[in-house]
Design a protein around this ligand. Sequence first.
Ligand code: 5GP
Ligand code: ZN
Length: 120
Amino acid sequence: MSADCVFCKIINRDLDADIVYEDEQVVAFKDINPAAPVHILIVPHKHIPTLLDLEEDDEALIGHMHSVANQVARDFKLDKKGFRVVINCGADAGQVVFHLHLHLLGGRPLLQTIAKDRGV
Ligand code: 5GP
Ligand code: ZN
């Protein structure tokens, strides 16, 4: 928990979000500025600033985040046509929220490269 972190605020219900999935380890909610028809963020309850801050004990958590991405992709009917999962790490990747998260993007052909595709 980090006091000035927007995703910690969402996890603690101090800030509203359109939550589509939650369990004891992660929450998933709609991105406020979607880059695709489906744009969901999968966020661990644990405040980990960036991918570089992962500890050995977090390896199962990262795996679980991907399993949740699969589940949410199925829930939003993305499993037939496909989807993209992205983690931005640090300044050059355009990370703006320093609480680890997966972007799940789909619902349209994602033809461009990740970099050209509005940074996600
Ligand atoms: P990053 O560039 O850090 O990987 O992406 C952060 C994402 O969080 C952005 O796509 C941005 O639109 C989203 N975001 C930032 N603040 C909020 C918020 O308060 N609520 C929601 N739902 N999404 C947010
Ligand atoms: Zn946080």
